[in-house]
Design a protein. Structure first.
Length: 271
């Protein structure tokens, strides 16, 4: 639910102001991953973040998730300062990290047990989510019995089961083949349309970033900062046929130009 201030302004779902992140290496060298990063994400937006390898995309996500602390600057989630991992945030990584000894349903219900939520209420929600992600009749299967795409669907359902306000995704489909990745993108858009969760997704694929997003956030090489925010004015629902349209290609070429001549696409699609 989007909060409104007395002034009439809405409270952003995510707000980063002047965020810096510096790491110390094993040799004692200081490495600045992010520098003066500013970003505002509104409730219900689908945001994608692109940038060169090592530009700080994953660091940005981990900061928003509360898994790391920024060296300077502020991060707020729904108007409240972020001080650590938040129940308002669900996370999906490239590796689904499912527990091999638990079934699909048991993996999906893991956050419910960890957070000590009502088992009956959230059990029904888990069943609905498993169906939403296309795994009806697979509830009692184990991870080794599933394909890579199916395991990632389980991870998405698990991230959503406790009904977080937002979903953070770090290259969730990067390890999948091109056809499966296209299908997962379509299914993710269906899930977003049904839930209207705020989604922030990190990707190396320029095509994927344009296909999914309301806005594409382009980051500079390390130290990472936001160099451009591009609003994607393509109609929804999105279809794979759009990828071959000139308007789609213009967005891809613009982002590729911002990232430099070394930028390339890892999605398998050719705009």
């Amino acid at each position: 639910m989007q909060r409104t201030l007395p002034s009439g302004d809405t409270v952003p779902a995510i707000a980063l102001t002047g965020v810096y992140k510096t790491f110390s290496t094993a040799s004692g060298e200081l490495v600045r991953a992010l520098e003066s990063a500013n970003l505002t994400v509104h409730t219900g937006e689908f945001i994608t973040v692109v940038g060169a390898s090592g530009c700080g995309k994953t660091t940005l996500l981990r900061l928003i998730a509360g898994l790391e602390q920024c060296s300077a600057g502020t991060i707020a989630i729904n108007g409240a300062p972020l001080v650590g991992p938040s129940e308002q945030v669900g996370i999906v990584f490239q590796d689904p990290t499912l527990l091999p000894w638990r079934t699909v349903m048991q993996n999906v219900l893991l956050p419910v047990q960890v957070l000590k939520l009502d088992a009956r209420r959230y059990g029904e929600r888990a069943k609905a989510l498993v169906e939403t992600v296309g795994l009806k009749d697979f509830e009692n299967k184990y991870p080794h019995e599933l394909s890579g795409g199916m395991r990632q669907r389980v991870a998405i359902a698990r991230a959503l089961v406790h009904d977080p306000a937002m979903l953070l995704m770090d290259e969730p489909f990067g390890a999948l083949d091109a056809l499966t990745r296209d299908q997962m993108n379509l299914e993710l858009l269906e899930i977003w349309s049904a839930t209207r969760k705020t989604i922030l997704l990190i990707t190396h694929s320029i095509t994927e970033s344009v296909f999914l997003a309301d806005r594409v956030i382009v980051m500079s090489p390390r130290p990472g900062r936001v160099v451009e925010e591009i609003t994607i004015e393509l109609p929804r629902p999105r279809t794979l046929e759009m990828i071959n349209k000139e308007e789609f290609g213009k967005y891809v070429r613009r982002i590729r130009g911002l990232l430099g001549s070394g930028a390339h696409d890892h999605s398998g699609a050719t705009p």
